[in-house]
Ligand binder design. Sequence first.
Ligand SMILES: *Cc1c(COP(=O)(O)O)cnc(C)c1O
Length: 365
Amino acid sequence: MNRGPSSVIDLSALERNLAVVRKIVNKKTVIAIVKADAYGHGSVEISRRLVSLGVDRLAVAFTGEAKLLREAGIRAGIIVLFDRASIEDYFTYSLIPVIQDRESALAFSREASRRGTKVRVHVKVDTGMGRVGFAPETAVDEIAGIAGMEGIELEGLMSHFSEADLGDRSFAVSQLDVFSVIRDAVSARIGRRPLCHIANSAAVLSFPDAVLDAARPGLLLYGCSPFNEDYGLTPLMNVRTNLLAVRRLRTGTPVSYGRTFVTRRESEIAVVPAGYADGYNRLFSNNAEMLVRGRRAPVVGRVCMDLTMLDVTGIGGVREGDEVVLLGRQGDETITAAELAGRINTIPYEIVTSLGSRARREYVN
Ligand SMILES: *Cc1c(COP(=O)(O)O)cnc(C)c1O
């Protein structure tokens, strides 16, 4: 969309973050998660760079996202995590479905037979997420059945942690135990071991034993950690714009809708041409900072649809047109997605997807 702030994406940071992942998972497969437009970073550019760095497996949520990557000429294996609506697309674009129930397995088998071909699939087991996948009680029979269906090539077996990011790892350990039992039983039944994967970013960083045959990192590739520690990751996304105006306001002047902020001294107030329509959450009203001239300036008053005001009193020399950073680094200061998430009781995922999907993107190497 041609409006508001720009998001400068540092692709060299992607390379460094991938190196962090590879150091942990060693030679095992990395399935890079590029769903939601690569968490707001642009799935085509991110995928291209990942593929050039040797990543040969990508995963998206829906077939539409995979189609976009194929149309951009990306030839890596693409796993589609959730969508099963458009079966033809899986064949047209050579995509790898995640099978979550018997009916869709049968549908894929029929379509593959009709076309005289085979489709590689991964099958999902629900070990505690309560969302999609086969229940552990029936999983082994179901999966062995699917592996035997005409036209189906069972390539992978997967599950998903519901709380690998908590301090208490006991539930994740029990999920891994359940998954391992199913993996062994399925392998015995079909006479070989499928590619097994359950580890998301949090597990890669804090529970490396869970990286079985492959890891499925998303967030950490983009340089955000799900924990307080940064693990040497470098954020890719820098969201910036230029000040629209800087005004001097007298003591007692209300700022923005609802007069939730009133100047308590003669103040310099800067107007930022970005607001909640640009993914800058309205809950940042009187509750966040941006960077101007390498210094932190508090957001004052309510965030508007297109504008946000900052108190820049005392920073000195702030002028209309100066760069203002909503997320990322300026000088020695950094505003991380984790910081913004903490202020409004959400997670860094939501910060990067909301800010990143609306801003104009530029890529730097
Ligand atoms: C989004 C997603 C991931 C990646 O999670 P991160 O926490 O970003 O690493 C992995 N697996 C599945 C099934 C997902 O939906």
